[in-house]
Design a protein around this ligand. Structure first.
Ligand SMILES: Nc1ncnc2c1ncn2[C@@H]1O[C@H](COP(=O)(O)OP(=O)(O)OP(=O)(O)O)[C@@H](O)[C@H]1O
Ligand SMILES: [Mg+2]
Length: 385
């Protein structure tokens, strides 16, 4: 039996060939569908009745290969369009202390989508697991210069940035296992919450986006990210416990905003692993949209095997299978993100309101007293895995 990678590559190759041979008919097919007009298939048009013509198109479009090629055409067409360049670097913290909700997947695929639109994007892997580094094909064994050296040793960011080979304009600061000790090492350091912020401010290369992939906790690493960023992107998995713990994250964002970083706000919420076949997914999506009226992107990321396979090949889904639904969804989500203004009206107020609403429905009953160093107090709190 073929391994998934071999099988996928073969399908891609075949899809490429089919694409060249049938490009005209496929494009006709796409146009025909979008305009609700029946267009003839590329075979002896004169000999077919209109009914036979439309059946032929159905046959061509309905094979898996033709569908893959068709989706690839659409995806690549979109990627070439270009997106607006922000006036200043947007630093986006991808956070949710709940584990396995799609933080890393979202970080790398959004970053790749933005870079494929011609923007310059840096991914900072701030999770000792190093999953974002793996997904971008960046070596992150213990000796590799990494974000640990930046945070703990004070090394310049420029010394640890690596280009992502597969995607032009995309760069990565890897995380190694050393980072696991950084939470403890940072505790005794001066201005421990602002070390990443200072490193980013000192980085002189022009960038349009910096995406920071946080670990599943609200410790000092996440606090460093929140202090360094302007925006928070929260991926929410469409499952039963989706909103549990979210109030805590929102309160931490509020604490950091109040004490350390006045521009910080939750700008974006992305629904991930959405399974349209289940009522639960649509109920969760509806509930999230009720709580966060302006922040939720209209694009939800579907559950997709291609998305979960891509990291094992050191790739994002954008390069692994550009025509897949996962790739298309991330392209669309990145597009929405880029087209949104940085400073949406009243983001802080709406975050506060959402946190209060979550408390009100009895899902989140955490007490955060007014402490002398509230962020530091919060920093020991571990999230769910
Ligand atoms: N849209 C999707 N479809 C299918 N699988 C997905 C999708 N998004 C993420 N996954 C899979 O779900 C798992 C968790 O995703 P991911 O690692 O991105 O979450 P995370 O929030 O970064 O996790 P952690 O909290 O451990 O850092 C991974 O195995 C990933 O491949
Ligand atoms: Mg992760």
């Amino acid at each position: 039996m073929l391994s998934p990678g071999v099988s996928h590559r073969q399908i891609s190759d075949i899809a490429g060939m089919v694409f060249h041979v049938k490009r005209r008919s496929l494009l006709s097919g796409i146009l025909a569908r979008s305009q609700a007009v029946t267009v003839a298939a590329p075979v002896s048009r004169e000999t077919l009745t209109p009914m036979q013509e439309s059946e032929t198109i159905e046959q061509i479009d309905d094979t898996p290969i033709a569908r893959a090629a068709q989706a690839a055409v659409q995806a690549l067409g979109r990627a070439g369009e270009g997106l607006p360049r922000p006036s200043a670097t947007r630093v986006i913290v991808v956070a949710n202390q709940k584990g396995g909700v799609g933080k890393t997947t979202t970080t790398v695929n959004m970053a790749a989508s933005l870079a494929m639109h011609g923007l310059r994007v840096l991914v900072i892997d701030l999770d000792p697991q190093g999953n974002a580094s793996t997904a971008l094909g960046i070596d992150h064994h213990a000796e590799v210069p990494s974000i640990y050296d930046v945070l703990v040793e004070g090394k310049p960011l420029a010394d640890v940035v690596q280009p992502v080979v597969e995607v032009e304009g995309l760069f990565c600061v890897p995380a190694t296992i050393d980072l696991a000790g950084a939470e403890i090492e940072l505790v005794s350091m001066v201005a421990r919450e602002g070390r990443l912020q200072r490193a980013i401010q000192a980085y002189e290369q022009p960038l349009d986006y910096i995406l920071i992939d946080c670990p599943p906790s609200l410790g000092l690493l996440t606090v460093n990210a929140l202090v360094a960023g302007q925006e928070v992107l929260i991926p929410i998995q469409c499952e039963y416990y989706a909103l549990e713990g979210l109030g805590q994250l929102l309160r931490n964002v509020e604490l950091v905003r109040a004490h350390l970083n006045p521009v910080l706000h939750v700008s974006t919420i992305l629904l991930t692993m959405y399974d349209a076949r289940t009522r639960l997914a649509s109920q969760v999506a509806e509930e999230v949209r009720n709580h966060f009226t302006t922040e939720v992107l209209s694009t939800a990321i579907p559950r997709s095997v291609r998305v979960s396979e891509a990291p094992s090949y050191g790739q994002t889904v954008l390069t692994y299978d550009p025509g897949s639904t996962g790739a298309l969804s991330y392209l669309e989500a990145a597009r929405e993100l880029a087209l949104r203004a940085v400073g949406q009206a009243g983001p802080a107020a709406s975050t506060q309101a959402a946190a209060e609403a979550l408390d009100a429905v009895g899902q989140h009953r955490h007490t955060i007293g007014a402490q002398a160093s509230p962020v530091a107090e919060q920093s020991t709190m571990e999230g769910n895995r």
